[in-house]
Design a binder for this molecule. Structure first.
Ligand code: SAM
Length: 472
């Protein structure tokens, strides 16, 4: 029975409710009066239910679609301004006991090179990432209680935070590891992580079990209830996502929104981020095998509909997608992107020798971080290396309350400009510096509060004198 407040996966991601929602959306997809009523509600910028948003997703009317995209842009601008938060993934280990059918780390894959970074290797990777200008990482690992126990992950986090190279430092470590226990989530919280990210892969239980035939990840309920355990362990910023291509996108879309509604209903705070990965080619994996792949046009509509249904969540797109696809996605809702990513274990310090192959999937956007930063600014976005919120205790509902009241802008814009200037001073090419300094000059005037503007100018000037890490 559908119950968003229940702590049981089968209740809050209820299959009958999803199928009913899809039936309802299909039957009313041409009801333009209803679509307009839902759009009116969406214009209040307080979100939509999974049913309402599913109807908009199913609606093929050109004018309705135009309004959906235009509202998504407006919402993004209002809550996130023109800032884009930058991060990079760091692969710690590809040892894995699971059998995820879409992932080359799957246990039976004998031709992938298995690697696990030592602490010295991690320090080298982190130095290389700092030398590019990164401040925020998402660590990634396969699930393997023997090779990658929680103690290993915690040790890696300590190493990452401890590396201080030139003016560099990693100031926020987000974690994307397999579902685990409340006790382990508590340990991650104590280690000072930012967001705990876990992709559902697919919300369809039957399909989930087929795609994860063995290993601990086979347990659908344990995986789906992970965010509740993370919250119980004290992690109040969690990141959702599905791997588009595994199941029908309309099913995943409804499931994803139901998961967000569940978190809000039970914990009083929805997802901090939503990621929208699509299945990619990888060693031993042919994406053609998954017959639910989606074209770019549908992908953009999914992003726009998530944007208007969950206005308060950050949205992430990775280098799985090409530069041109990322450009379109930024316009309709994305607020965080990775840059210069390597999905191989140890790929930042040195390129992998030809005979080795430890990467997780093919990357489409292969540009350097400087190229991505330069490109973003030419498109009118402010690349932000900000990590201030969780360091200032603005997490969970504190963050959401400020965001909903439109007050987060008072911190975000100054922090974005400060961290952009740090990047320009320490890592940027001449051309990027030129565009960046012009952008900062122009944007200072947009800081809403005069006192904040004056403090910002003082901090920006202090960066020129070699000081670092000011934050609002
Ligand atoms: N091992 C952890 C788990 O099971 O949740 C998480 C880390 S895994 C390195 C990160 C994500 O990569 C997975 O959750 C999955 O969605 C995605 N992924 C796996 N194979 C992929 C592929 N072939 N193409 C695109 N993304 C993929």
């Amino acid at each position: 029975m559908y119950d968003e407040r229940s702590l049981k996966a089968e209740d809050f991601i209820n299959d009958d409710e999803i199928l009913d929602t899809l039936r309802y959306a299909g039957e009313h997809a041409s009801d333009l009066t209803l679509a307009q009523q839902i759009l009116e509600k969406a214009r209040l910028k307080k979100g939509l239910t999974h049913r309402e948003a599913s109807l908009l997703l199913a609606c093929e009317d050109e004018e309705v679609n135009r309004q959906i995209f235009s509202l998504a842009q407006e919402i993004k601008k209002e809550f996130y301004g023109n800032r884009i938060v930058m991060f990079a993934p760091l692969y710690l280990s590809n040892y894995c006991v699971n059998e995820c059918q879409y992932c080359p780390y799957h246990h039976r894959n004998k031709h992938i090179t298995r690697k696990k970074l030592t602490q010295e290797e991690i320090a080298r990777e982190v130095t290389a990432l700092q030398d590019m200008g990164h401040k925020r990482l998402a660590i990634e690992a396969g699930e393997d209680p023997v090779n990658n126990p929680i103690e290993y992950i915690l040790e890696c986090i300590r190493t990452i935070y401890s590396v201080k190279h030139k003016n560099g430092s990693i100031r926020r470590v987000n974690v994307n590891i397999a579902a685990t226990t409340v006790e382990n989530y508590r340990k991650l919280k104590e280690a000072g992580i930012g967001t705990y990210i876990l992709f559902q892969e697919t919300y369809n239980k039957e399909r989930y079990e087929e795609l994860h035939p063995a290993g601990p990840k086979h347990d659908y309920a344990y995986h789906t209830e992970a965010m509740d355990r993370a919250m119980e362990g004290g992690i109040d910023d969690v990141g959702l996502g599905v791997l588009f291509g595994l199941e029908s996108y309309r099913y995943e879309f409804a499931g994803l929104l139901m998961h967000a509604e569940h978190l809000e209903a039970v914990h009083g705070v929805g997802p901090h981020t939503i990621s929208v990965p699509r299945v990619k080619h990888a060693d031993d994996i042919d994406p053609e095998v998954f017959d639910n792949s989606i074209p770019d046009s549908v992908f953009m509509k999914i992003i726009a509909c998530i944007r208007i249904a969950v206005p308060y969540t950050g949205m992430i797109i990775s280098t799985r997608e090409s530069a041109s696809c990322r450009k379109q996605a930024l316009a309709v809702g994305i607020s965080q992107i990775s840059g210069a990513s390597r999905t191989s274990v140890g790929g930042y310090y040195e390129a992998e020798p030809e005979e080795e192959n430890s990467e997780q999937f093919d990357v489409s956007d292969k540009r350097t971080l400087d190229e991505v930063v330069n490109w973003l600014m030419k498109l009118g976005y402010i690349p932000s290396f900000c990590t201030a919120c969780y360091r200032e205790g603005r997490t969970g509902d504190r963050f959401m309350t400020l965001l909903k009241a439109g007050q987060i802008q008072n911190c975000c814009l100054p922090n974005a400009l400060l961290t952009l200037k740090e990047y320009l001073l320490d890592y940027a090419s001449e051309d990027t510096k030129r565009i960046g300094y012009e952008m900062i000059e122009k944007e200072i005037m947009e800081v809403p509060n005069e006192k904040a503007r004056e403090t910002l100018k003082k901090y920006l000037a202090a960066l020129d004198e070699g000081k670092r890490d000011f934050r609002f």
